[in-house]
Design a protein around this ligand. Structure first.
Ligand code: ACM
Length: 633
């Protein structure tokens, strides 16, 4: 039957409004077609499955829990799929377009059908479904008087990359099993599938190795300091070392199981040969340097001088020229390989200071014996031996891009962090690559102006993160396994701040890694992010609203005087300012062109508004600070 004009008008309006207010999905699916009508959740909902596969049963059970907890409705799971309201169906004939993680989600007035080739696809379909429901679906107890409706829609969706990672540094500050499980719960909402645990560093060894008990009885503990990490006072020998902790092997097994149920692989990292002070303190014989037995696990005091390259003040490296190191590593990797089922083990390799090696007779002898000409070649010799050990446990090696220097081990994959260039070089040599560049996806960096954010080394605005493109033009795209954002925790002392640093920037990363490149759109993303903020409020997850804050840039005008350029990351905000020390509101001057500073003004105060309401934080910026940011003449 020919449909009336109004039907098409309705359909057009529904689609047009889709990305603005309704169904704010992150990451944006490959294709979304809104249909008229809605499905209402109700009591005695039945979720039907067509498989006994453990993973499918788990996905259905999780969905039942997630739907019943906030609604109070009874939701059951059975195998009578044809009669069920919500159907999770594994396809009998593979749909190649969906791959192993894609899904189709069809919401009609009577049924919700999620179909996929594999259980992972069903899981991601349920994550999308949850985002389609009112935000109250995130409540952990029953909420009354909510219309539990899902608008009818047809979605087809599959990921762009198979490696969609987040790195969580549990070494600098220890985060326990429950924190990691919560982290996993939050990451899978946005379809991340890989959790890289940075398990060892100068500040703590965080995984029990039964054959090397001192790694955790000694190496997991330091002295608690708070403030600006890196500048802390060195603990005196009598200060109790009771801050830290570690995962027992039972903890790891539980985390791995928890992750696997949610289709997350765990990549364990043991960061060697640098960043190894916790190991050295536990077993000083691993060092090339006499006196290592007097070292202590770092509590945030200065141990590296970055002023002149990378100069270690205490030797935090394990010694490539020390034959005791390799049986030690054999023990470590034997146990890790048994604990972590993922095919890769991360061997670190970054920021290894060489100044103690340069002084070491053992290293000099090794260089002579092996014909090694540079310290990079010494590190490469070490990495190649480590690769052999790791491979002997049935695992593949991945490391930070420093492992390229001096010659890459034959089969190693590279995690490119110092920009993309290491990844490009590795891919050109035919090696697999995960792109994780500091200048796009380092989530430990500040997400707004340093005058208002908790201070760290640098800044990484949300918009920059959203522009992350993991595949450079010049390489074989097949070798780029995907991307990963890194959350280092030197300056992160608690879970609330961990969440603040993660969200919303991890949302941007999720969309870069899952969604088709052509579907990315900054304005749409920021609107959908605002909707996610409302959901995070319900979930009690902390996030940063820095994307609404004013952004400062400075330049010199023709007479060499300071000019202040203001902007916002989110489009459509008004910027108001004062130079008279009073707090501006939306009746104050509105910024439109670069500002010169009135004579004698010592402060500019800036605030953002949208639709007459304050949306960003007011920033009080001393003129002297802006002057100090001018490029040197
Ligand atoms: C790193 O950020 N040092 C890998």
């Amino acid at each position: 039957m020919k449909k009336p004009f109004f039907f098409y008008l309705f359909l057009f309006c529904s689609i047009a409004s889709f990305s603005r207010t309704e169904n704010p999905l992150i990451p944006i699916p490959s294709s979304v077609t809104k249909q008229p009508g809605s499905f209402s959740l109700h009591n005695n909902l039945v979720i039907g499955i067509n498989s006994d596969e453990k993973n499918v049963v788990f996905v259905a059970g999780q969905l039942a829990k997630e739907l019943s907890t906030p609604t109070g409705f009874k939701v059951s799971v059975n195998k009578n799929i044809a009669a069920a309201n919500i159907r999770l169906q594994l396809l009998k004939t593979r749909d190649n377009d969906l791959g192993d993680e894609g899904y189709k989600l069809s919401v009609s007035q009577k049924t919700i059908i999620i179909s996929a080739n594999k259980a992972a696809g069903l899981f991601y379909g349920t994550q999308t479904l949850l985002q389609l429901l009112p935000k109250e679906i995130e409540n952990k107890s029953v909420v009354k008087n909510i219309s539990w409706k899902v608008s009818c829609v047809e979605i087809t969706d599959q990921p762009r990359f198979a490696w969609r990672g987040l790195m969580f540094d549990v070494s600098r500050h220890f985060f326990g099993k429950k924190d990691v499980e919560d982290f996993i719960d939050n990451m899978v909402k946005y379809k991340f599938n890989l959790l890289h645990l940075h398990l060892t560093d100068d500040e703590g060894w965080r995984v029990e190795i039964k054959s090397l008990p001192r790694l955790t009885s000694v190496g997991a503990w330091n002295v608690k300091r708070v403030g600006t990490f890196g500048d802390f006072s060195k603990p005196t020998p009598d200060e109790p070392k009771n801050y830290g902790g570690f995962f027992t092997q039972e903890d790891i097994k539980e985390i791995v199981r928890y992750a696997k149920e949610r289709f997350v692989n765990i990549l364990p990292e043991v960061d060697i040969p640098g960043h190894s002070l916790a190991a050295i303190v536990s077993y000083p014989e691993l060092s090339c340097t006499p006196g290592a037995e007097n070292y202590q696990v770092r509590s945030g005091e200065k141990i590296i001088n970055w002023q002149h390259g990378l100069v270690a003040l205490v030797d935090n490296t394990i010694c490539p020229a020390n034959e005791k190191v390799y049986p030690f590593l054999d023990k470590v990797f034997t146990e890790l390989a048994q604990l972590f089922p993922f095919e890769y083990i991360h061997i670190g390799g970054d920021e290894c200071a060489k100044n103690f090696w340069e002084k070491s007779d053992a290293v000099k002898q090794l260089m002579q014996k092996e014909g090694l000409k540079t310290m990079e070649e010494v590190q490469s010799y070490f990495e190649k031996r480590v690769e052999k050990i790791v491979e002997s446990k049935g695992k593949k090696v991945i490391g930070w891009d420093e492992i390229l220097e001096g010659g890459l081990a034959p089969n190693a994959a590279v995690m490119s962090w110092r920009g993309m260039k290491g990844g490009i070089a590795a891919a050109k040599m035919g090696h697999e690559v995960v792109m994780s560049p500091t200048d796009f996806v380092y989530l430990d960096l500040m997400q707004g102006d340093r005058i208002i954010e908790p201070p760290v080394y640098g800044t990484m605005l949300l918009k920059k993160v959203y522009s992350f493109e993991p595949v450079p033009d010049s390489v074989d795209a097949k070798l780029i396994k995907g991307g990963q954002a890194n959350l280092w925790t030197e300056q992160i002392y608690n879970t609330r701040h961990m969440q603040y640093m993660l969200w919303p920037r991890a949302l941007a990363v999720a969309e870069c890694l899952w969604s088709a490149k052509q579907n990315k759109n900054w304005d749409s993303f920021t609107k959908r992010t605002e909707s996610m903020f409302e959901r995070m409020d319900v979930e009690h997850v902390k996030y940063a609203r820095s994307m609404f804050d004013p952004v400062f840039e400075v330049k010199r005008d023709a007479s060499n005087e300071l000019q202040i350029i203001l902007s916002t990351e989110v489009n459509g905000l008004d910027i108001h300012y004062s130079f008279d020390n009073s707090n501006p509101d939306n009746f104050y001057p509105k910024y439109s062109t670069p500002l010169s500073v009135p004579k004698d003004a010592s402060m500019i105060k800036v605030v953002t508004y949208r639709d007459g309401k304050q949306i960003g934080r007011q920033i009080d910026m001393p003129i002297a600070t802006l002057k100090s940011r001018l490029p040197k003449k």
